[in-house]
Design a binder for this molecule. Sequence first.
Ligand SMILES: C[S@@+](CC[C@H](N)C(=O)[O-])C[C@H]1O[C@@H](n2cnc3c(N)ncnc32)[C@H](O)[C@@H]1O
Length: 240
Amino acid sequence: MLAEIATYATSVVATPKPFRKHLGPAIGLWARGRRQHVAWTRHIARTNLLLGQTCADQPGHDTAVILGSGPLFDVPLKTIAKKFATVLLVDIAHLAPARRQMRDFANVHPVWHDLSPAQNPDTLDFLHAINGLDWVVSLNLASQLAASVPEQNQRAVIDDHLDGLLALDCPVTLATDLNCTLTDKRGNLQQSFDLLGTRAMPPAPHRWTWEVAPFGEDSRHWRRTHAMAFYPDWKAASSN
Ligand SMILES: C[S@@+](CC[C@H](N)C(=O)[O-])C[C@H]1O[C@@H](n2cnc3c(N)ncnc32)[C@H](O)[C@@H]1O
């Protein structure tokens, strides 16, 4: 609890006023990541590795944008900062621990921006205005956008985000969770939820499971696991 309070205190001043309301949930995510460090290791290592490899494959070197960078658990920041002249990290919350990591690189900048199409249907338009935009990554963000709207609007929000990425003039990488399952201690599936508002997704070159909440995190009776998909080239995957 002390760490959470300290993180809030050191994050609040640097956070633009309209975004301060997001600090609570962001600190919750950051604290969960620290608490579940062991359970999340495989997922984080996999995402870091794939993003690092995909970064190396990019033909451009000018500006890279990471949407949903948040606590930077799954971002190989050094690799990306070395390759690109400018790196923009976009999220509704950039906590002090993430800001400290950014300060190691003069070319890495936080951008506070609400990426929810529910707030603004043209929410990705700011990307079109970036000169030399060479790579965009949507990083475990899509399902979060859906989770923040009523069920009947989830599909529209997902479509706006994923189709908005397809409309960009540069390579796009997508990492996203697809669905979530709750399993009891006997290994029986209790419930399963689609996290992308029923949008059919193309086959992903890389798939794995992420144990987001082991027994005792959400409940002592069940564990929550998310199915992950990683598309190094979201446009190519979508055109098949
Ligand atoms: C599952 S987390 C992934 C965070 C990061 N990739 C990591 O693991 O270190 C989702 C991220 O999306 C951000 N997010 C949620 N809703 C958002 C919105 N409407 N606009 C921008 N970012 C949002 C959250 O703040 C959070 O950092």
